[in-house]
Design a binder for this molecule. Structure first.
Ligand SMILES: Cc1cc2nc3c(=O)[nH]c(=O)nc-3n(C[C@H](O)[C@H](O)[C@H](O)COP(=O)(O)OP(=O)(O)OC[C@H]3O[C@@H](n4cnc5c(N)ncnc54)[C@H](O)[C@@H]3O)c2cc1C
Length: 502
């Protein structure tokens, strides 16, 4: 019996749960860890895989948010900087210090960003990662090899955190299990069980075996990110959508375009946003965009206009800028922004909101990865205040991930032998409920995000290993390879954004 089978068995045999969490992204996993650490009988169900949603498609920064500072949202920045400091201590194997440089082309912008970043340092206080600094043009060029130095007058540097989002999610999965939570991926919440007005359970469907089951619960937490409205709709059929969807994409390119160890922050794009070029797992991530969208999907696809937007801006800043054909992978995520006004999506606050419905269901909406722990703590306070039995809430500020002492995790299988890959897959099946080719190539490794072509080529071997471990037949293996390879095509931009005969 593999780990997921054991988790499913516990899910089925437990007559009543204290907390059922729907959604296995940053928000849901944070709640599962906090609830289990507080001694509550906790189960989390995730329809696809942990961090399959936005939580695996972020810019991979644990940051206070330089942009929110520009917007004057000091409270959000201070809170995020505090959380950044805590996470560096609690997940040191996954979060590291990254130096960022903003290139400047006038003395005035140098002063403007320099002063702003001194405020950022001050807000971080004792949990700061390093001091911001002013630099000459030649120093800035030294930090940012590959930068176009035409007109460059100087630069300002500062520090923030960088991480691997899916790996942190999986670390939270293991930590939640360690504290006694039951976590099941490929298991969708399909309905809510009510007694009168009150929600008392969740109907779930196991995506692996196709069987359904009803969970009884004292508290139900909706942590489904961009899908939150669909669960709110189950709770109240007349519910009016409150999530605004905004897509953000990233491109991954070879380090030769930007070979240093320091990240570049472009402070103002044509649409008034900031753009990053950040070294990550021996490649460079470029992004992001902010495109309002209407439809939510678990596999959003980067638009041609978004890809062109990023490449176009990089052309201004890099001596040798990447072209479409140089993109190794392009991925999209959806920001679940809470609609509190009619503002543009880029102006909506990235703050989180906790809503308790008339049924008692608690929804955690919006927010960001950096503040996932604080979001969970706020959810737990709501649970505590509504519980008839006393609850002693755990203090998660010092709660270290169960694997915090381990070496940083690898992300690519490009240079591994078949035996090494086989061993890795077996480990992930046992310790992190890896069930599909996509689970392994997208989130246990980050191969799909680092190089979609290589990931596609590796799919048949990964399917073969998984089939052996999970006792699956040849038809399953073929279906896994076909569906992963068609998914990988969406991560490879067409080399021309225009149809050839235009
Ligand atoms: C482009 C982009 C870049 C970002 N960069 C950063 C960054 O650098 N740093 C940072 O701090 N934040 C960043 N963020 C924000 C951060 O990634 C998100 O706020 C966070 O990941 C949201 O997590 P979540 O758990 O709420 O949602 P999700 O990660 O989307 O998780 C929701 C989960 O619910 C599951 N689900 C849906 N319906 C059901 C159902 N019926 N039953 C069971 N499960 C269900 C989904 O499959 C999904 O896995 C970024 C966001 C975007 C879009």
């Amino acid at each position: 019996m593999n780990q997921r089978d054991r988790q499913w068995k516990t899910l089925q045999s437990t007559p009543e749960w204290d907390v059922v969490v729907i959604g296995g992204g940053a928000s849901g996993l944070g709640v599962a860890v906090h609830a289990a650490a507080s001694g509550l009988k906790t189960v989390l169900v995730e329809r696809e895989d942990f961090a399959k949603g936005t939580s695996g498609k972020s810019t991979k920064l644990i940051h206070g948010g330089v942009r929110y500072l520009q917007q004057g949202n000091i409270k959000l920045v201070r809170e995020a900087l505090r959380e950044r400091g805590l996470l560096m201590k609690n997940a040191p194997h996954l979060v590291s210090d990254m130096k960022f440089v903003i290139p400047t082309y006038t003395w005035w912008t140098r002063l403007y960003y320099g002063i702003g970043l001194k405020v950022y340092d001050r807000l971080a206080g004792k949990l700061g990662l390093g001091k911001s600094n002013f630099h000459t043009a030649s120093e800035a060029k030294g930090f940012l090899p590959g930068i176009n130095s035409r007109g460059l007058r100087g630069g300002v540097s500062y520090h923030d955190g960088q991480f691997d989002d899916a790996h942190l999610a999986l670390s939270l999965v293991r930590t939640a299990m360690q504290y006694g939570a039951t976590v099941v991926n490929h298991c969708a919440a399909t309905g809510l069980v009510k007694e009168g007005r009150k929600v008392v359970g969740v109907e779930v469907q196991d995506g692996i075996r196709g069987v359904s089951h009803t969970l009884r619960a004292r508290f139900v937490v909706n942590a489904t990110g961009a899908f939150s409205d669909s669960i709110l709709h189950l709770d109240r059929p007349r519910h009016k959508p409150i999530i605004r969807l905004s897509q953000g994409i990233h491109l991954v390119v070879d380090r030769k375009f930007f070979p240093g160890d320091t990240a570049l922050l472009i402070p103002k794009t044509d649409d008034g946003r900031i753009l990053f070029a950040v070294p990550w797992h021996e490649k460079v991530i470029l992004g992001t965009t902010d495109t309002p969208i209407d439809e939510v999907s678990s596999e959003p696809v980067p638009m041609d206009t978004e890809i062109d937007f990023i490449l176009h801006h990089l052309q201004r800043y890099l001596e040798q800028a990447p072209k479409r054909e140089d993109v190794l992978s392009a991925f999209a995520g959806i920001r679940p922004l809470v609609r509190l006004s009619d503002k543009k999506t880029s102006e909506l606050a990235r703050d989180h909101v906790i809503r308790v419905g008339r049924s008692g269901m608690i929804s955690v909406l919006g927010g960001k990865w950096t503040t996932y722990r604080k979001m969970a703590a706020d959810v737990m306070r709501k649970i505590e205040s509504r519980s008839s039995a006393p609850i002693r809430l755990a203090d998660t500020r010092m709660l270290r991930m169960v694997d915090a002492g381990n070496a940083p995790r690898a992300a690519s299988i490009e240079r591994m032998t078949e035996d090494e890959v086989r061993g890795w897959i077996a480990e992930e099946v046992e310790h992190s409920l890896c069930m599909t080719v996509d689970d392994f190539l997208s989130r246990r490794t980050r191969q799909l995000l680092l190089n979609a072509r290589v990931a596609s080529e590796q799919a048949p071997f990964v399917a073969e290993c998984l089939a052996e471990l999970l006792g699956r037949d040849a038809a399953w293996q073929k279906e896994q390879v076909d569906s992963f390879q068609s998914l990988a095509l969406n991560y490879l931009p067409q080399t021309s954004s225009k149809p050839p005969n235009q």
